[in-house]
Ligand binder design. Sequence first.
Ligand code: HPA
Length: 271
Amino acid sequence: MSKYEQLVETKTFLQENGIGHIDFGMILGSGLGELAGEVKNPLIFDYKDIPNFPVSTVVGHAGRLVYGELEGKQVLIMDGRFHYYEGYDMETVTFPIRLMKLLDVETIIVTNSAGGANPTFEPGDLMIITDQINYTGTNPLIGPNDERFGPRFPDMSHAYHEYGQEVVRKAAKELNINIKEGVYMGYSGPTYETPAEIRFTQAIGGDAVGMSTVPEVIVANHAGIKVIGISCITNLAAGMQANLNHEEVVETTQRVKEVFKSLVRKVLVLY
Ligand code: HPA
């Protein structure tokens, strides 16, 4: 079966099991998945129960698809994403985005935890992603292009939709959140960066670094899906603090999750 046929099979399964109109697709990063549990009248699908769906391996990633209502909008939430560093190929990493395309999703909200490379950022800050740098060393669109998904040479001039950024700005203002803005630079991971890599990031205009999001946003743009991106700055990037560890990342997402959730909810209301 071709990838396209697999996706059609997955989409058909989901539609036959109750997934209808979707206002927003959402991909929640590590530690930021609680919103999925707050969806009203949810339909919940464990990834392992969905035909052709990859299964997530990282601790802290639940691995379920949640459909239902949030702030009066119909949302389809991917609670747990697939990372390149887990060993999935890029086609697998971005499978959910293409699925969303087939489900007629027009706008997605992607979130992640990230290290702050911009010296004005502090752990716990939220950042509107205004643009990205693909430093993963590859590109999910390498290979034959299937025109059913999008064009051979997609325009990335507006990778993060301007109106979406504006809505996040407005939502933050209404909630008195001092939101930051910046460029997300995607590394492959799973190592955190070296201090030299962070100096490089700063020199070329990156404000935050992480190990996700970039492939999904490329495939979303290919498919003509509008993207809203929000990073939770969980730590200062390498060389800007003594050491890095996953525990700090988890701690910070726990600390800011209420603010984060209220921001995403407000975005749904205002969009
Ligand atoms: N680097 C890469 N990914 C991350 C970081 C970081 O400092 N923090 C959270 N995710």
